[in-house]
Design a protein around this ligand. Structure first.
Ligand SMILES: NC(=O)c1ccc[n+]([C@@H]2O[C@H](COP(=O)([O-])OP(=O)(O)OC[C@H]3O[C@@H](n4cnc5c(N)ncnc54)[C@H](OP(=O)(O)O)[C@@H]3O)[C@@H](O)[C@H]2O)c1
Length: 502
């Protein structure tokens, strides 16, 4: 269970209850790197539920994760800063390596991933870590590989050079609610009536459901004989990307015209797709870069140790869709994007108070809990009241500038927690019934925050919204004055809308 914005607990799904293996918590402390990411975020609660002592790694903001998974110990460490790793690895028996820097530019990610793996391997050796479990990518090492897949293999080689026994799991596309691959396919099918199919959509792939990935990750920990082995993991279906799109189309019951095009430029398609799906162009481009390489299991040795039946692609889609409909997405690709360390300067960490600010407030007889609940429902599908179109317009401009726009929406429409995204904002602070602080992640020449407060005045409550803006450059200052007239309109409308809905 995870704490929600009002202190209530969100129900969590557990996949490993069906595993036939026996938990061995006595083996010692288990470290999960990449715990703030899509896969790691699902693994941590599963391990804790099976009785393991879990230490989870975040690069920043570990305090906020402590309440999310009270069953785990959270530490801050960055694999690119070797001096932070020893403390994280001290006393660890088995470490999961789920780190990747896919969000960095193509030029930087391979070098960063290799360096991170090297630092980790050396620190693990110094701290006497016994086992490392790494989730990497599928792909035929003998054939031409995309830079991304090649990098995933170099990471495996690097980790394998240390004394710890390395278990490698190699997966293709992971399908589940909140996964970037799923949201791209589902978003295209939801928004488009005509879809062009470039030549690389003929490449074959063996997708796997997130539940099976988590089961394999936990399963190999519990089967000691998998230490030192490398295993391909995949679902039962081998499909082309066209087949995957077709399946989504059929499940969603959408009539879509698909036609073949010879033009194959990946950056162009990533940019075009980003205008229709919740995933930004840079993430789509990085995923598409691997699309020319066939990613199909070449062996099935893992079944000897963990012989459970993996779910078919269509079932993974239906499960993801139903999680979306039930508003029960536990982790999402946006949890780890953009990288926390690059944009995580908090309002109270600024070298000086923001120079610009504007506040709007109103008084209401309604209880603080009702007002705050309404605050926590802003954005996403619910929109921003009358001025929703202005927010969407700002989002569109951001998208055109290769930013994230408003399309990311929300992980959940009914719940909110620290680090969640709301369109182009991210939750920086949440104090139930009192305060919600959002940090802007859109492209702009300064740093911006939006702060909502509910104050108790005895028989009434004051509901306020305050925009904070910090800029040092001339374009940054001009930006504030340019948007000032819009603020008056947008924020008054917003605060009135929140009060009315509550
Ligand atoms: N998702 C898929 O479809 C898929 C498919 C096949 C294989 N895999 C493999 O599964 C693993 C996990 O993937 P994912 O989708 O969960 O990734 P993700 O959501 O992008 O998360 C990546 C994680 O790596 C962390 N990280 C990045 N650089 C770091 C550094 N220098 N030090 C410490 N932590 C760092 C991030 O932390 P921050 O929050 O601080 O950024 C984040 O927690 C990867 O090895 C990936 O190759 C994934």
């Amino acid at each position: 269970m995870e704490p929600n914005w009002d202190g209530a607990m969100e129900e969590q799904d557990f996949f490993c209850d069906e595993l036939a293996t026996t938990p061995h918590p006595e083996t010692g402390l288990v470290l999960v790197t990449g715990a703030t990411g899509y896969v790691g975020g699902r693994l941590v609660p599963e391990l804790a539920r099976r009785g393991y002592r879990v230490r989870a790694v975040a690069r920043a903001g570990a305090a906020a994760y402590r309440s999310k998974w009270p069953g785990a110990e959270w530490v801050e460490a960055d694999a690119l800063k070797p001096e932070t790793l020893d403390a994280a690895l001290a006393g660890v028996d088995t470490a999961y390596y789920l780190i990747h820097s896919l969000t960095l530019s193509a030029r930087r990610f391979a070098a960063a991933d290799l360096q991170a793996a090297r630092n980790f391997r050396l620190a693990a050796a110094r701290q006497g870590v016994r086992r490392i479990i790494y989730l990497g990518g599928l792909g035929d090492v003998r054939g031409p590989l995309s830079p991304h897949l090649r990098s995933r293999m170099q990471v495996a080689e690097e980790l394998g050079q240390g004394p710890a026994a390395l278990t490698i799991l190699r997966a293709a596309v992971i399908i589940g609610s909140g996964s970037a691959s799923y949201e791209i396919i589902a978003g295209l099918v939801r928004r488009l009536r005509v879809i062009p199919l470039p030549p690389w959509t003929r490449t074959r792939c063996q997708p796997i459901g997130i539940r099976d990935v988590v089961k394999y990750l936990v399963g190999v920990l519990e089967v000691e004989d998998t230490a030192g082995g490398s295993f391909d993991i995949g679902g039962p279906d081998v499909l082309t990307y066209r087949d995957m799109l077709r399946a989504q189309k059929e499940i969603a019951g959408r009539r879509i015209v698909c036609f073949h095009v010879p033009f194959a430029n990946i950056s162009f398609y990533a940019y075009m797709a980003s205008l229709f799906v919740p995933v930004p162009a840079s993430v789509i481009r990085n995923l598409l870069r691997s699309i020319g390489s066939e990613v199909v299991c070449k062996e099935s040795e893992i079944r000897r140790f963990l012989p459970f039946a993996t779910i078919p692609y269509r079932e993974a889609l239906v499960r993801a869709l139903s999680r979306e409909e039930q508003d029960r997405i536990h982790t999402r690709w946006s949890d780890a994007w953009p990288p926390a360390f690059e944009l995580a300067m908090k309002l109270d960490q600024l070298p000086e108070a923001p120079q610009y600010g504007r506040a709007y407030s109103l008084e209401s007889p309604k209880p603080a809990s009702a007002l705050f609940r309404s605050v926590c429902l802003i954005g996403g599908r619910q929109g921003w009241f009358q001025s929703s179109f202005l927010w969407r317009l700002r989002g569109l401009v951001d998208r055109l500038l290769l930013g994230i726009g408003t399309a990311r929406g929300r992980r959940s429409h009914a719940s909110l927690r620290v680090h969640d995204v709301i369109d182009f904002w991210r939750v920086e602070e949440l104090v139930p019934d009192r305060k919600l602080l959002l940090r802007a992640e859109m492209k702009q020449p300064g740093k911006a925050w939006l702060e909502f407060n509910v104050e108790d005045l005895g028989d009434r409550r004051r509901l306020s919204v305050r925009a904070h803006y910090y800029a040092k450059t001339r374009p940054g200052k001009l930006y504030w004055y340019f948007f000032l007239p819009f603020h008056i309109f947008i924020f008054r409308d917003l605060i009135r809308g929140i009060e009315k809905r509550s």
